[in-house]
Design a protein around this ligand. Structure first.
Ligand SMILES: [Zn+2]
Length: 155
């Protein structure tokens, strides 16, 4: 189980990084949001971004590191990258945590803030939720237009 940094229950990728002592993380002015070099066990994040964006990138690269992928080739370039991105979003936003945060958030923007990642990634995560999971989230939500913000994906 991934440790949490605080009472929010939102998993902390930096805590997971600390549990992988052979993996190093550094920030550089690179073009991509993040890179992973398996030979060096090194995660490179683009410098100068928001905490939310950095959190998303770190989750993605940590999944590569856990899997032992040889590299990160880009965020949508291949089936592997799409699989890694889906797994990263699930790890960053577990269903039970989203449920609890929906129950205390006062609106969509507040909920996104609670999740500590970019809004587009919250939508990406919700689009993956299965119908039964979506039903749980709908029940947990305290305000009325959740479905408008988190459009259901029929695929
Ligand atoms: Zn990647």
């Amino acid at each position: 189980m991934t440790p949490s940094s605080d009472a929010s229950g939102v998993p902390d990728p930096w805590a997971l990084l600390r549990e992988m002592p052979d993996v190093v993380m550094l920030r550089q002015p690179i073009a991509e949001p993040g890179r992973y070099y398996h030979g060096l066990r090194a995660i490179v994040l683009r410098s100068g971004r928001s905490l939310e964006e950095e959190r998303r990138s770190l989750w993605h690269e940590l999944v590569h590191a856990e899997r032992g992928d040889t590299e990160c080739t880009g965020w949508a370039a291949s089936a592997t990258e799409r699989r890694v991105e889906r797994e990263a979003a699930r790890r960053a936003m577990p269903l039970a945590v989203m449920e609890r945060r929906l129950a205390v958030a006062c609106d969509w923007d507040d909920f996104v803030w609670h999740m500590k990642v970019p809004e587009s990634w919250v939508r990406f995560r919700l689009a993956q939720a299965r119908p039964a999971e979506r039903a749980r989230l709908d029940r947990a939500c305290r305000w009325s237009d959740f479905g408008d913000h988190a459009a259901y994906s029929s695929s």
